[in-house]
Design a protein around this ligand. Structure first.
Ligand SMILES: [Zn+2]
Length: 260
């Protein structure tokens, strides 16, 4: 029973953004990296204690060099750095599931803490086949190409609602109540860790009943940029994007991993 845990840094307990900036501009970036590590560790311990034989922790916040690797359970393997062939490095067919720790709500979410989709500077929203989607759904769809289901998500309350909408019945833990880009009422970091451990354990026990997530094929990706120049550049660099309005470009591909 093998798993990969994707670990982002915006969604852990007691993490918020900076006014006018991102997590990387926030005064609690250092705490975010530490708490993301603790939450990833709790998730891994829960999976192992429920019978996992292999857990890869994928450090995936910008630059993929964020976690305190020496604080992770020694049974974990760690995917760090970049240039991988696909998202979820190490994932293969036959894995029991992927887990999401420290993820955040998608772009265009009211009061989602540091809500964005891949870039908080670039996009107003991303749609797949006409429906808004963010990193939770898109990363789950990449795992779905391997036939591997999403089994666990921990993030703020808006991210949990998003996860439940895309993956009904998935195990979730709410780390904080989002009250804005830079505001939350958070659970205690220690309590979040305990709940993530228990939630991951339940997720491993239930992994067999979870279904892989897929958008279908082909898929149409629509991206609305925040800046008109970015849409202009995307449509003129010969990568197949069509400009459908001043701020928006669109492209149809076979699989979500053709773009991500
Ligand atoms: Zn991030």
């Amino acid at each position: 029973m093998k798993f990969v845990i994707g670990v982002d840094c915006e969604g852990p307990a007691c993490v918020v953004g900076a006014p006018g900036g991102s997590l990387n501009d926030s005064r609690n970036l250092d705490f975010a990296r530490l708490q993301a590590t603790r939450e990833a560790d709790a998730c891994a311990r829960g999976l192992f204690d429920a019978g996992a034989t292999r857990v890869i922790v994928w450090d995936n916040h910008g630059g993929s060099l964020n976690l305190h690797y020496d604080l992770l359970d020694e049974r974990c393997e760690i995917a760090l750095g970049g240039g991988f062939e696909h998202r979820w490095p190490g994932l293969e067919q036959g894995f029991a599931g992927v887990a999401f720790v420290g993820y955040h709500p998608m772009d265009n979410t009211v009061d989602g803490v540091i809500c964005h989709s891949f870039s908080s500077a670039a996009f107003q929203w991303i749609k797949i086949n006409g429906k808004e989607a963010g990193e939770l759904a898109i990363d789950a769809a990449v795992a779905g190409e391997f036939g591997v289901p999403p089994v666990f998500v921990s993030t703020d309350d808006k991210g949990v609602a998003e996860a439940q909408a895309f993956f009904p019945g998935i195990e979730t833990v709410t780390t904080k109540i989002g009250l804005g880009w830079n505001g939350a009422v958070s659970k205690s970091p220690k309590r979040a860790i305990k709940e993530i451990y228990e939630g991951a354990k339940r997720a491993a026990q239930r992994a067999k009943e979870m279904k892989p997530f897929r958008f279908g094929s082909p898929i149409t990706i629509t991206m609305r940029y925040k800046r008109i120049e970015a849409a202009q550049a995307a449509s003129r660099n010969k990568t197949g994007w069509t400009r459908i309005d001043p701020y928006t470009v669109e492209k149809t591909v076979e699989r979500v991993s053709d773009h991500w």
